[in-house]
Design a protein around this ligand. Structure first.
Ligand code: UD1
Ligand code: MG
Length: 448
């Protein structure tokens, strides 16, 4: 812990406007809960060793404790507003005389640079460093009242007069305050306002009233969007996706139609990768150099090796490990399986709990039957094996190196290396049968 800094993240609010049972700050942006975006930004910045305290409600404390571990969680017993929420951190900060940075769990995209600027402004001698912004639509935000160049107060949207609502400069919610002053002010805040809540924002007018110094920093809109509704969650997702797309393109990834590519916060992509339109990256996907990803593919938890070709319409699920130069084609689903170098699974196939050896070829419509309704079993396909189309591989089963499985087989026993295995019924042929059949049917029709 840095002696002079503490960071309090407010996350106890009911999030009523989300109309969701999930705690607001656990809603995900690019696959990561909002509150974890904040924790990660702090950990990446200079704040990793600061004392981070998350304010939770009794209802969401268990979920938040697990999400933000090992950081401390304190409980705000009843949700009476942002001032009351900060107060919940007071017992954990007895005797602390440094600066408290207050972050709102529903303002998740702030950057480490802006946080550093705020601490710097505070440390230059302000009592409060306040972070404002000028959103395209200020509705709903607290307005920052500035007179003669000085911040005087924050008026919440609900309490603002029509004139005040014309003000474009808004409160991001984020501020850095000297802790002893903060807790003294919090004790004096009243809830005589439109919401009947204890507003943290009231400390601005209190500070000003005592002749204190307030430093104002105006941050970038994209970082400071508040998320109070599903519509705002979608706006934050859009903003972060735009950032991710730009950063991948800046690293040399080709996105044929950037606005249709969706990334996760942790997607890793190498050099020379080409991504066609409509591709979705869920959590924990790694793509090596020079991979081509064709349109309409969906990935989560997968690793794609160098120069592989994936799609169109491929689905790679957790623990799909695709080797160098392998080909995975249309309507192929792969789960918890290793596809070794140069193997091909090109059409309409399900591969689950399997190993596919180097340069093996898996025919159209092959299914690994990996589940009997109770347990999962492995399928092991050797190097250079050839699996004919429409084969059911009934696991556990092993296909030796270089073996060939005839099309349409249901394979439930191991196949030796270099053997041919097939389970097809012998083909019957009845000469002229079809012609006689048609003639008989036609005659019957004419008699009617
Ligand atoms: C708040 C600010 C507003 C600002 C906006 C920025 C106040 C009074 N208003 O409004 O000036 O423009 O954020 O996005 O601060 N929370 C608790 N306990 C509570 C209430 C809230 O922990 O009792 C937490 C919420 O989980 C949330 C944050 O505090 O993370 C902000 O609360 P919210 O109700 O979203 O405030 P806004 O109406 O957005
Ligand atoms: Mg909010």
């Amino acid at each position: 812990m840095t002696k002079n800094r503490v960071i309090i993240i407010l996350a106890a609010g009911k999030g009523t406007r989300m109309k969701s049972d999930k705690p607001k700050v656990m809603h995900e942006i690019a696959g990561r809960p909002m509150v974890k975006h904040l924790i990660s930004t702090l950990e990446k910045g200079n704040n990793a060793k600061d004392n981070i305290i998350v304010v939770a409600s009794a209802d969401n404390a268990d979920i938040l404790t697990a999400a933000v571990a090992p950081h401390k969680v304190v409980i705000q017993t009843s949700q009476q507003g942002t001032a009351d929420a900060v107060k919940a951190a007071a017992p954990a900060l007895k005797g602390f005389t440094g600066d408290a940075l207050i972050l709102y769990g529903d303002v998740p995209l702030i950057s480490k640079e802006t946080i550093a600027d705020l601490f710097a402004a505070k440390e230059e001698g302000a009592d409060i460093a306040l972070l404002g912004f000028v959103p395209a639509d200020p509705a709903g935000y607290g307005r920052i009242i500035v007179r003669l160049g000085e911040v005087e107060a924050i008026v919440e949207h609900k309490d603002a007069s029509p004139d005040e609502r014309e003000i474009r400069l808004c409160n991001s919610g984020i501020m850095c305050v000297s802790a002893p002053k903060l807790f003294a002010w919090l004790d004096k805040i009243k809830n005589t306002n439109a919401a009947g809540e204890y507003y943290l924002t009231d400390i601005i007018a209190m500070c000003k009233g005592e002749g204190g110094k307030i430093a104002l920093i105006v941050g970038a809109n994209d970082e400071l969007l508040g998320v109070n509704s599903m519509e705002e969650l979608a706006a934050a997702e859009h903003t972060l996706q735009e950032d991710l797309r730009k950063s991948f393109m800046a690293k040399g990834v080709t996105l044929k139609d950037p606005s249709t590519t969706f990334f996760s916060f942790d997607t890793k992509i190498g050099k020379g990768v080409v991504i066609e339109p409509c591709v979705y990256f869920g959590k924990n996907v790694t793509v090596a150099d020079n991979v081509t990803i064709k349109a309409f593919s969906h990935f989560e938890g997968a690793t794609i090796g160098e120069s592989a070709s994936i799609g169109p319409f491929s689905r790679l699920r957790p623990d799909a490990d695709i080797g160098k130069s392998a080909h995975i084609g249309n309507f192929v689903e792969i789960k918890k399986s290793t596809v070794e170098q140069g193997a091909k699974v090109n059409h309409l196939t399900y591969i689950g709990d399997a190993r596919i050896g180097e340069k093996a070829n898996i025919g159209a419509g092959t299914i690994t039957c990996n589940y009997d309704g109770f347990n999962k079993y492995l399928t092991d396909i050797g190097k250079g094996a050839f699996i004919g189309s429409n084969t059911a591989l009934i696991a556990p089963v092993k296909i030796g190196d270089g073996a060939i499985v005839g099309a349409g087989s249901a394979i439930s026993k191991d196949v030796e290396a270099d053997a041919l295995a097939l389970t097809r019924a012998p083909q019957a042929q009845k000469p002229s049968w079809a012609a006689k059949f048609r003639a008989a049917k036609q005659k019957l029709k004419e008699q009617k």
